[in-house]
Design a protein around this ligand. Structure first.
Ligand code: AQP
Length: 343
């Protein structure tokens, strides 16, 4: 039987949500509701791979769920929930810890980046992070995942885990009545160009929740004044805007601001340069600030309304978790059976 076209993606509640999460992830989730069964998770178990204050973790969990809805995900069409409400994620990730090889995990560049020189002191969870991510995706037999460039290596590992499981347990999978593989080989889905939003202070560093400098990051909940101030102070170079995209080469900060404008306006970089090329930053930055405020304010206002209604948010997350479990529980029953666990 072919696999149901199903999408899974998630965001960690590890800080205030920012423009990168919005343009690179959340906004791209919305159109997939028309073509797939969509499951969007707030991956709180991933967040605790580094220390989180429990009160912050809770607040950010609500904030991300609210952002999903404010950006256009419909909680009736998409399954929206937080990961820790469906314990099967943890159970499958343990099985995958026993399928994945140390060598595969040790090659993950995100672990190396996040652990830095401190790899002896970081949590075991941070090392095993990609195995939990594989469990998130494969628990639902998801066929596609819309992720940013930075997650490509983790998705490759998810495919390796699926292939090894399908291979190692081939006989048991057949005995259970499956003619083909048990897990799909999940594809990376692209909905429009993959967007990587960079820090406003350093065009070579990605905009990130955990950046120490507030001025590098446009947060979804920033008000109009904060957005304008951050864009005005964004690092640029002495040259103005070029008339062609080639003129942005080796100018990461300039390229970042133009790409942000293009994404927010739903235009190509060429179209933006046709309008602003030859002008200075003094003209471009106020226009970018106005555009960012116009696009982000309605999302932020709806997020604020939703996070203020805990009763409604709890209801949405519980309902989502119940619908997620309706898929996860029968899969986990089969997986236990395949592995040989006695129940
Ligand atoms: N700067 C970015 N540009 C484009 N996409 C981005 N994403 C994150 N930053 C950018 C995308 O957002 C999704 C969720 O990411 P995550 O929360 O699971 O983890 P992350 O990528 O590690 O995000 P942060 O903001 O950098 O968090 P911290 O600082 O806590 O590690 C992913 O699809 C990601 O591609």
């Amino acid at each position: 039987m072919p696999f149901t076209p199903r999408v899974f993606s998630g965001i960690k509640p590890s800080g205030d949500l920012h423009l990168g999460n919005y343009l690179g992830a959340i906004r791209r989730f919305v159109p997939l509701q028309d073509t797939h069964q969509t499951i969007y998770c707030v991956v709180d178990m991933h967040a605790i791979t580094v220390w989180q204050e429990p009160e912050d973790l809770r607040r950010w969990t609500y904030e991300i769920a609210a952002a999903y809805i404010a950006a256009g995900l419909d909680p009736k069409r998409s399954i929206i929930f937080n990961q820790s409400q469906v314990v099967e994620h943890a159970e499958l990730s343990w099985i995958f810890n026993c399928v994945a090889r140390m060598g595969w995990m040790a090659r993950m560049t995100q672990f190396k980046d996040k652990a830095g020189e401190n790899s002896e002191q970081v949590s075991l969870g941070l090392f095993a992070y990609p195995s939990l991510m594989a469990a998130d995706i494969l628990l639902y037999k998801s066929t596609g995942v819309p992720v940013g460039d930075d997650q490509r290596q983790h998705l490759e590992l998810t495919r390796d885990i699926a292939k090894k499981f399908n291979h190692d347990f081939r006989k048991q999978i057949r005995d259970l009545g499956f003619e083909e593989d048990y897990f799909p080989i999940t594809e990376t889905l692209s909905t429009g160009p993959a967007m990587r939003v960079m820090s406003l202070r350093d065009g070579k560093k990605k905009m990130s929740k955990s950046d120490a400098s507030d001025m590098s990051t446009i947060y979804m909940m920033d008000d109009a004044d904060a957005i304008s101030k951050k864009i005005k102070k964004a690092t640029t170079d002495p040259e103005g805007l070029p008339t062609e995209a080639a003129g942005l080469e080796n100018r990461p900060e300039a390229a970042n601001l133009v790409a942000i404008y293009a994404a927010l306006a739903d235009k190509s970089v060429d179209a933006v340069l046709a309008e602003f090329g030859g002008h200075g930053w003094g003209k471009f930055k106020p226009a970018l600030a106005d555009l960012a405020v116009t696009v982000l304010s309605p999302v932020a206002n709806e997020m604020k309304r939703l996070v203020g209604d805990r009763g409604e948010m709890d209801r949405i997350l519980r309902d989502g978790a119940e619908r997620a479990r309706a898929i996860a529980v029968p899969h986990m029953e089969e997986i236990r059976n395949i592995v040989g666990f006695v129940r």
